[in-house]
Design a protein around this ligand. Structure first.
Ligand code: NAD
Length: 292
């Protein structure tokens, strides 16, 4: 049994930590929010009083935090408390440059590290079916993979430090743009007198098929588990989608690539968030398309 320090027990972190407990690991968890701490304790996480306390005895430290600012400040705070030979894994979605800074902070202390952002949402976190996109040396990847396998079903080594984040933002550029495209198709279909189910039955078995349609359909009915059937209560918020689209644009600019659809998707999510919908699920973008 390994001891795992887990920092950031929110929508994603809590079920991920719970899966580590289920796998028989000892999980020492910390979150700044009391509500997140209580919920995690109910799932067998041993809640400790600070981020530092969660790493002191840990073989592996996992962070699952909102953004790069929190990741870098937590890593700076806790790395000096880590035991030698510990492995640090950041599963948050952050910009590539900050991920590389985090790797450098760990390397300064002789600690192995991975950036391992995820895809699959809260449902995937609960079911331990996440995809992990991992950046780091092959040796450190080999050490981290068995731990990630307790929380996910696909663990992909994407290359050196930062490449996991590169894969994540490229994936989410596709996701943001495809969710808008699927929403536009459903709203157009509505106006043309097409039922949601008829369009779903055709597109899900045709060339329009994609995850935004078949797993996360933005209109109620065709995919019972999608947030559209639950008032668009967030799995993945519009604010987080906007964050990822901004990261993609930032990365595209840094390497001189034109991503016109990604840029437009960012504008569309920006206006949705500005209208006060940041906490809704990102698939609620269909309501903006419909003009509600
Ligand atoms: P969340 O806001 O629910 O959870 C983040 C947690 O971090 C919160 O509980 C917060 O209190 C805690 N936190 C913030 N600062 C802290 C600190 N200094 N020390 C300790 N705890 C701190 O967010 P989430 O949905 O769990 O997402 C976490 C990360 O995963 C984000 O980077 C997000 O982009 C990424 N992600 C989310 C989803 C999703 O569907 N929600 C999917 C893929 C990736």
């Amino acid at each position: 049994m390994a001891t795992i320090g887990f920092i950031g027990l929110g929508n994603m972190g809590m079920p991920m930590a719970a899966n580590l407990v289920r796998a028989g690991e000892r999980v020492l968890g910390f979150d700044v929010l009391p509500g997140s701490r209580w919920a995690s304790a109910e799932h067998g996480v041993q809640v400790v009083a600070s981020a530092r306390r969660s790493v002191e005895d840990a073989d592996v430290v996992i962070t699952m935090l909102p953004g790069s600012e929190q990741v870098l400040s937590v890593w700076k705070d806790v790395l000096p408390a880590a035991k030698s030979g510990a492995l640090f894994i950041d599963c948050s979605t952050i910009d590539v440059a900050s991920a590389r800074v985090a790797h450098a902070l760990a390397a300064e202390r002789g600690i192995g590290s991975l950036d391992a952002p995820v895809s699959g949402g809260v449902g995937g976190a609960q079911a331990a079916t996440l995809t992990f996109m991992v950046g780091g040396s092959p040796e450190v990847f080999a050490r981290g993979k068995p731990v990630l396998e307790f929380m996910g079903k696909r663990i992909v080594h994407c290359g050196d430090g930062g490449n996991g984040q590169a894969a994540k933002i490229c994936n989410n550029l596709i996701l943001g743009a495809s969710m808008i495209a699927v929403s536009e198709a459903f709203v157009l279909g509505e106006k043309l007198g097409l039922s949601h189910q008829a369009l779903f039955d055709v597109a899900s078995a045709s060339s329009g098929q994609c995850w935004s349609l078949t797993s996360y359909c933005p209109v109620p009915g065709p995919v019972p588990a999608s947030p559209a059937n639950n008032g668009y209560k967030a799995g993945f918020t519009a604010a987080l989608m906007l964050k990822d689209l901004k990261l993609a644009q930032q990365a595209a600019q840094s390497v001189g690539v034109q991503t016109a659809l990604g840029a437009h998707a960012e504008e569309i999510y920006q206006s949705f968030v500005q209208q006060g919908h940041s906490g809704m699920d990102f698939s609620a973008i269909v309501t903006l398309v419909r003009g509600h």
